[in-house]
Design a protein around this ligand. Sequence first.
Ligand code: SF4
Ligand SMILES: [Zn+2]
Ligand SMILES: [Zn+2]
Length: 310
Amino acid sequence: MACDKCGKEAVVLQKYSGMHLCAHHEIEDVERKIKKRMRQDRMVVPGDHVAVAMSGGKDSAVTLSILFETFSMRPDIKFTAITIDEGIDGYRNFSIPRVKELCDKLGVPHIVVSFQEEVGCTLDEMLTHERKEASCTYCGVFRRTLLNTTARNIGANKLATGHNLDDDAQTVLLNVMNGDTERLARLRPSRPQEGLIPRIKPLMDVPEREVALYAFLKGLPFHMGECPYARESLRGEIKDMLNDFESRHPGTKYSIMRGFDNMVPCLKEKYPQVPLTKCEICGEPGIKGVCQGCKLKERIKIIGKPPLKD
Ligand code: SF4
Ligand SMILES: [Zn+2]
Ligand SMILES: [Zn+2]
C-alpha cells in the first residue's frame, strides 16, 4: 500500500482515520498529535523542571525523546529522568539499562529509586506472601508515592508520564466497570494539590500501537518485555477487550475519551475536588487519615517477613 500523503511505501494503516502513512508521515503525525496536546494544555511552560517517569518501555522513551527534542534548546526548561525499580526479576533489570542508554545519549540526568531501599523489600518479595490485593495495587501505590516524593525532592514542578490513549481509555473503562465514578472524576483534577507534583501526559492522544511504531522508527532504545504480573490484572482483560473492539470498530478508544471528557463537568459537579490532608504516619498527601501506602506497608508487616523500613 502507498502512503496517502506522498505515495511512498506505507508502514501503517490508521484504521480510525482511514490513512495509510509512510515512516516519515507517521512520525510527523505522531509528533503533531503530541505537540498539539502539549500546546493546548500548556503542559510545559518557561521555568519548568520536568521529572520524567521512565520505566524503560516504549512509552517513556518516546515521552522523554519528544520532550527533549521540543525543549532542549530552551535553557530555562530542565529535565530529570526518574526510574522506580520495583524489583521485578527478569523484567526491570532488563529495562533500566535502556533508560540509561537513552539518558546518556540525550545528556539527561537519571535517578533510580528502588522499592528495596525505600519500602524495605522488592515487589517480588511482597508478592510471595499471602495477600489480599492484586500485584498492580502494591506496585502502583508505592510507585506513585515514590515518583511524587522523588520529583518533589529534586525540585521538579511537573511529572511527565508515558500514558498513551490506550492506557487512558482502559482506566476510564476500568473505573466504569468498578462503578467508581468518584475516582473517574479525579482523573481530571481541577487544580494542583499541595504536596502533589502535577502530572502531564504528552502521549494521551496517541494509540499504543503507534507509540511503539514511532519508537521503533526513531531507533529509540526501549525494552519490549511485558511485566510478568501484567496478566493478573483486570486491566489486562480490559486491554484485550478494547483492542478487539477497536479492530472491529476503529476509533472506539478516541470515542471513549471524547465521551469521558464530555462527562467531566457533570462528574466535577457531583464530586468537587476535596483538599488533601497529610497522612498521619508518613506525612504524604492523601485523602484522609492514613495513606494507602502506609496501610499496605502495615498489611505486609502483619503477614510477615521481610522486615520493612519505617
Ligand atoms: S503490570 Fe502491575 S506489577 Fe507490573 S509494573 Fe505494571 S503496575 Fe507494576
Ligand atoms: Zn508519506
Ligand atoms: Zn502514609
